[in-house]
Design a protein around this ligand. Structure first.
Ligand SMILES: *Cc1c(COP(=O)(O)O)cnc(C)c1O
Length: 401
């Protein structure tokens, strides 16, 4: 590795770590998602690593601005996970004890957990059966005088119906937060993900579109909320170590109870480098999805989710639905036996034991519960070939015959 040879390293460094015996890379196992790390990423990380600022350094603001610009949003606030981004958003929109936050039943638990971090109560809305996006009619039925925010999830990479949600929210002073962890690069009626809600939350976990190992970002058009989130991610302190070094001052104030949600400079270097290839990766994901779509036109028992004509889909996940008379779990098992990393996204959040212990009961969201028994996530990542897709389709054809 060229970069490493400039460093004082006593050990020979391979271009890539060899696959561990029995690991995913060593076998023909096709995972449901996989990151891409190239030489430019490695070079960027090493440069940051030998620089002066390992944590809050110049690359943080650089990455925030570059990511926000990519979304067309005025502000970006980098944090160390998508979950931290959701927590920042809850604090910035003023969610607190006694408030209710409406979230879809089909999502990763963090979408709802963030409300609990701030002492609020998640209220689960049902999803549209064809898209598994939050159903505005169900949201309307769940709104009470205590509703403070709606967390819309851009499930699988397709934006939720933000016009319908704002039509419910705006007059009542309810904030809309986008859990956009699946949807960087997607559009809704021509507007880009990251600009569709009061605050949009992204994740840079390795299975997502771009990675910083762990990481996340909030985008917003509201400069005050952005400043609040920057303080919240730094213990509630509004100047950081680097700013104080620059100004020569030692005094600082902690104005509220925040957390350490800072995204390190080294990881921002990776994010900046990855961001350059985001558009290409989204196009590659859309190509893989198009291959699947074409194949499933011939296979009526395997039904891809619906894509609305007024949206572009960022294709984080490729999800199909099976008819109720086919056992999804048997199909899942036979795909796994064929070395195909099928997955299920997701069981309704409120069926987790933590939520059950808090009094949530099965039956709350019938469409979500029905869907969760019939859905299957198929492998989808930018490096997949048409032959990989063919392999999945053939295994699925056999498993559903
Ligand atoms: C990945 C994800 C999160 C959480 O992101 P982390 O970076 O893993 O904390 C939240 N919501 C959704 C919908 C996600 O897919």
């Amino acid at each position: 590795m060229r970069v490493a040879s400039r460093l004082c390293c006593r050990w020979p460094m391979p271009d890539r770590a060899p696959p561990e015996p029995g690991s995913v890379a060593a076998s023909t196992f096709l995972p449901y998602g996989r990151q891409e790390i190239g030489d430019a990423d490695i070079k960027a990380v090493v440069e940051a690593l030998v620089g002066n600022w390992l944590t809050t350094g110049p690359r943080v603001a650089e990455f925030e601005q570059a990511f926000a610009r990519h979304c067309g949003a005025p502000e970006g606030v980098a944090v160390n996970s998508g979950t931290a981004a959701l927590h920042c958003a809850m604090r910035a929109v003023g969610v607190g004890p006694g408030d209710e936050v409406i979230a879809p039943a089909i999502t990763f638990a963090a979408s709802a957990n963030a409300a609990i971090y701030e002492g609020a109560t998640p209220v689960f809305a049902d999803v549209e059966p064809g898209t598994l996006l939050i159903d505005p009619a169900s949201v309307a039925a769940r709104i009470t005088s205590r509703t403070k925010a709606i967390v819309a999830v851009d499930y699988a990479g397709q934006p939720a119906d933000y016009d319908a949600l704002y039509a419910l929210a705006k007059a009542r002073g309810i904030r809309v937060v986008a859990d956009a962890c699946h949807s960087p690069g997607a559009t809704y009626k021509g507007w880009k993900s990251g600009t569709l809600a009061d605050i949009s939350c992204f994740s840079f976990h390795p299975v997502k579109h771009l990675t910083t190992c762990e990481g996340g970002m909030c985008t917003t058009g509201d400069a005050e909320m952005a400043a609040h989130m920057r303080r919240f991610r730094n213990h509630g302190i509004d100047s950081d170590h680097r700013a104080r070094e620059a100004s020569g001052a030692h005094v600082y104030d902690m104005a509220e109870l925040g957390y350490n949600y800072r995204l390190p400079d080294v990881q921002c270097a990776l994010g900046l480098s990855q961001l350059k290839r985001l558009n290409g990766w989204i196009a590659a994901r859309q190509q893989v999805a198009a291959w699947y779509d074409a194949a499933f036109e011939e296979l009526p028992r395997v039904m891809p989710l619906h894509t609305h004509a007024d949206r572009t889909h960022a294709r984080h996940l490729y999800v199909v639905r099976l008819p109720p008379d086919i056992s999804r779990d048997k199909v899942f098992a036979s795909l796994r036996a064929a070395g195909i990393g099928a997955n299920v996204h997701y069981a309704p959040v409120y069926l987790h034991s933590y939520y059950q212990a808090r009094g949530y009961r099965a039956g709350l969201c019938p469409a979500a519960e029905q869907a969760s028994r019939e859905i299957l996530t198929l492998p989808l990542f930018p490096a997949m070939s048409q032959a990989d897709v063919q392999r999945v389709v053939e295994a699925l054809t056999t498993a559903t015959a």
